[in-house]
Write a protein that binds this ligand. Structure first.
Ligand code: HEM
Length: 386
């Protein structure tokens, strides 16, 4: 499958992120929010970049951002119905009703995208031009001899999974990474040294450099060990009763896997609460989900569908921010990395709204400020204030 100009678009969105951070010289920057916007742009470019252009795309992007944020906050909000299923039909907190309203808004956006895409395709000869994800899915839907039914509802559900599952998880991971690194000056120095060696001191990081950035890969693994974006994965539900490790799990039970606790289990990890990327030295552990000591993307058939994309986005964006800017705390202060639990793990917003994927483990969202003069630097000074 070929996606149209995804790489170029991706670079363009990251470039815009850098410009934004740079333009904020001397004033606060909300790293999490900027990352969220960048990643949302990358994912929507991939989904319908070939269908929607210019002002239309900006307009839909803005509306989409709002619905995604509201949706992820609602999905993660603690819901009495989950703990007392007999009360579910009363929807005491009104969460189901609110989610339904957002579903309808998603549906309306998808309908208008699909209509536009179909109009574009009408009367066109079958071409070999690269297509966006939506165009490919519409083609798949029309294939009559397909053994697995693929309806319009399936198509919309897939688009929604990608956008809801891929945005905050990825942006929170980059944000936690920068925060952890800022509290560990030795680690940040080491990561920047390796970046200088691989990318060149006064050159941009390129996608082709990523496989050589072994230390940054260990940093990403360590960030996802301490702060798995979905600390309880996504709730699983067995289709038939079974026994696992001696425990009987009835059909239809809601199963939460506490990967957060496993990643901090002292019988598995030495000094589990310490941020130490070296524990992943030499490619130790991967994201395949085959080792139940470490599986931030889940495991088995329902493992994350976006691992390759997530890895690339987290690595490239972190590498770019670390290579271009100097990150440090004023007066050697430490960032507060407090967490708050829910389905998603994110930092506690200090200012502004920060819809988290759930009322999750949250660290304080910090504001960064760019110091120094406003000329484009090789590595600008970045400060975050508590
Ligand atoms: C650092 C970033 C990310 C993390 C940590 C992450 C983590 C996860 C986890 C833990 C699950 C549930 C697995 C399970 O329950 O066993 C999941 C599911 C999923 N993720 Fe991700 N994810 C990330 C980024 C992405 C991206 C970028 C996309 C796509 C654009 C994506 C698409 C999905 C989808 C579609 C599912 C549902 C898969 C299914 O139920 O079959 N994720 N992810």
């Amino acid at each position: 499958m070929r996606f149209p100009k995804v790489c170029l678009e991706f670079l363009e969105h990251v470039r815009r992120l850098v410009q934004h951070v740079h333009s904020k010289t001397g004033s606060p920057v909300d790293v999490g929010e900027q990352m969220f916007l960048t990643i949302l742009n990358v994912i929507t470019s991939m989904m319908w970049g070939g269908t929607l252009k210019g002002d239309d795309r900006t307009k839909i992007g803005g509306e989409f951002k709002q619905v995604v944020s509201e949706m992820t906050a609602l999905i993660g909000a603690p819901n009495v119905s989950d703990f007392f299923p007999s009360l579910a039909r009363f929807d005491i907190q009104g969460i189901k009703k609110k989610i339904h309203v957002r579903f309808l808004r998603f549906d309306r956006i998808f309908d208008s995208m699909i209509e536009q895409c179909l109009k574009m395709e009408q009367g066109k000869e079958e071409s070999h031009d690269s297509k966006d994800f939506l165009q490919l899915l519409l083609k798949l839907k029309d294939e009559e001899n397909s053994k697995v039914p693929f309806t319009m509802n399936h198509l919309k559900a897939l688009l929604m999974d990608m956008v809801v599952g891929g945005t905050e998880t990825t942006s929170n991971t980059v944000e936690w990474g920068i925060a952890e690194l800022m509290n560990n000056p030795e680690t940040i120095r080491k990561a920047q040294e390796k970046l200088d060696r691989v990318a060149g001191k006064d050159k941009n990081v390129e996608e082709s450099h990523l496989p050589q950035l072994h230390y940054l890969q260990s940093v990403m693994k360590e960030v996802l060990r301490l702060h798995p974006a979905l600390p309880l994965l996504i709730p699983h539900c067995p289709s038939s009763s079974c026994t696992v490790g001696g425990y009987f799990i009835p059909k239809g039970a809601r199963v939460f896997v506490n990967v957060w606790a496993i990643h901090r289990d002292p019988s598995i990890w030495v000094n589990p609460t310490e941020f130490n990327p070296d524990r992943f030295f030499n490619g130790k552990f991967d994201f395949s989900g085959n080792d139940f000591k470490y599986f931030p993307f889940g495991s088995g058939r329902r493992i994350c569908a976006g691992i390759a994309m997530a890895e690339r986005m987290v690595m490239y964006e972190s590498a770019t921010l670390l290579h271009l800017f100097e990150w440090n705390m004023p007066d050697s202060a430490k960032l507060n990395l407090d967490e708050k639990f829910g389905i998603g793990l994110k930092n506690n917003p200090v200012k502004g709204a920060g819809g988290s994927i759930g009322g999750a483990a949250n660290l304080k969202r910090q504001k960064g400020s760019l110091g120094g003069n406003s000329s484009v630097p090789y590595r600008k000074n970045m400060e975050m204030t508590n």
